[in-house]
Design a protein around this ligand. Sequence first.
Ligand code: ADE
Ligand code: ZN
Length: 333
Amino acid sequence: MTEFIKALPKTELHIHIEGSLEPGMMFELAKKNKIEIPYKTVEEVKAAYEFSNLQDFLDIYYAGAKVLITQEDFYDLTWAYILKCREDNIVHTEIFFDPQTHTERGIAFETVILGIKKALDNAQKEFDISSKIIMCFLRHLSQESAIETYEESLPFHEYIDGVGLDSSELNNPPSKFQDVFKRAKEDGLRLVAHAGEEADVSYIYEALDILEVERIDHGVQAIHSNELMQRLKEEQIPLTVCPHSNVSLKVFSSMEKHNLKTMLGEGILVTINSDDPAYFNGYLNDNFYSIYQSLNLSKKEILQLVRNSFEASFMSNSQKESYFKELDAIDLN
Ligand code: ADE
Ligand code: ZN
């Protein structure tokens, strides 16, 4: 089965580029940029990656991101992820970045976006890996800060395909960001938001009805409302589910308890993603291997999950169709 998974062309729709910062690179960059980090060895960093909830993780994740200073750092970070895409046979990726994590430390918006964009252009050129860039607003900050960030992003809009919403979910509902999402929509950007990762279904409803997003990032709490499950199914609203992340952050007590197989069985457009692979013990294929083992998925179910990601992506219909043809030709025996 691992060979089957590995060989499938795949799309990733939920990956925070800052979450692909491996401890080794964190150390190198800390040394180069003379930034203090609270660890002495790579082993010590890994030992710190024991989380009891989302906030626990975010505190460590934002501290780690402080080593990223120059355009070259953002290029190297993105390029290292692209090499993982190549290993995992990811042919299209839609990456999140968090501008405020960097601009709040005095790093220019331009430094961040140009480093990421150059690496993604190179990925297209060298490996034929296509991509989209989604700029996320940090929901623990104010809407004013999000609007300021949006305005800073305007000179780079040809590089930005969509906006998203991430960071501390509880007590920061989607409705807090209604105006900035409205503006992004008017400007023709695609819309997504983290919702229903830890918080209840009202956050998913708000993301859909107030922000008018096209995909829900995580969304696993939807299972607690039959009415919402019915809607997700009928409208085929994609959920970008991140199994390793959910278990690492104790959204589920074990992989065996994850609800993605149930959701898939109910006809919801579930996709599989890595979220923050350097922090959650694995990239996209590792997530597929884990769910296959723990949830006993069939080849047909794996293929459906992979197909769903192409369907839910922001790639063109013609690009989708050519991948669907490739997937349709796969032998399930
Ligand atoms: N930022 C990075 N990973 C995240 C997650 N899983 N939830 C919310 N914000 C995040
Ligand atoms: Zn996420």
